[in-house]
Design a protein around this ligand. Structure first.
Ligand SMILES: C[S@@+](CC[C@H](N)C(=O)[O-])C[C@H]1O[C@@H](n2cnc3c(N)ncnc32)[C@H](O)[C@@H]1O
Length: 184
């Protein structure tokens, strides 16, 4: 595992009830995630956004919550059970270079995780393999860890992987960009 990966215990410093004052998952993702969709939260951590995504897709939808750390997925499982949405969530333990998911999805969230990925160009090419035509990808990176220049490099790499930059949503404490998968 790369040294700069957020250790599971550190996730409690930002994934706690106070975070709802700055990030409101259903409001933030509501424009992109609809009932019945299959969506992916990659680098889901303890599932702050996966739970909101599960409410948005409803009983007919599915959330693939993917992370390289089993401990993150274990906490997410407990939270999802408590929230009554575990039946909508598939927990996937992956390796840093391999997403390990068979399905194609309608929406992918990468929240505060891309800067932890060792080979981001290869990572975005994998995302392209896992998204439906016209599917959308939302990338948000933390202001305190990622410079404007580095974020613009990320935007270029995503575009080079077959996505169109569609929007620059305003997200608190973050730099963010929304992409749409090219139609072939
Ligand atoms: C800073 S945390 C953010 C967690 C969550 N997205 C949130 O906003 O609360 C980054 C997460 O990305 C995961 N991660 C890092 N590299 C990854 C990779 N290559 N594939 C999947 N997950 C990864 C880490 O294990 C960690 O759980």
């Amino acid at each position: 595992m790369a040294g700069r990966v957020c250790p599971w215990w550190m996730a409690y410093t930002f994934d706690n009830p106070l975070r709802h004052f700055i990030h409101k998952p259903e409001k933030l993702l509501g424009p992109y995630v609809q009932k019945g969709m299959t969506v992916m939260d990659i680098g889901c951590g303890m599932g702050f956004f996966s739970l909101g995504m599960a409410r948005l897709v409803g009983d007919s939808g599915r959330v693939l919550s993917v992370d390289i750390q089993q401990k993150m997925l274990d906490v997410l499982k407990k939270r999802a059970r408590k929230a009554g949405v575990l039946n909508r969530i598939q927990l996937v333990k992956c390796e840093p270079g391999t997403i390990s998911v068979e399905a194609r999805v309608d929406f992918i969230l990468c929240f505060w995780m891309v800067h932890e990925v060792p080979d981001s160009a290869a990572f975005f090419q994998q995302l392209r393999q896992h998204i439906n035509q016209n599917g959308r990808v939302l990338i948000a990176e933390p202001n305190n860890h990622v410079s404007d220049a580095d974020f613009e490099k990320t935007v270029r790499l995503v575009q080079e992987s077959g996505f169109i930059l569609a929007d620059r949503p305003k997200i608190s404490m973050s730099k963010a960009a929304l992409f749409v998968a090219h139609t072939a």
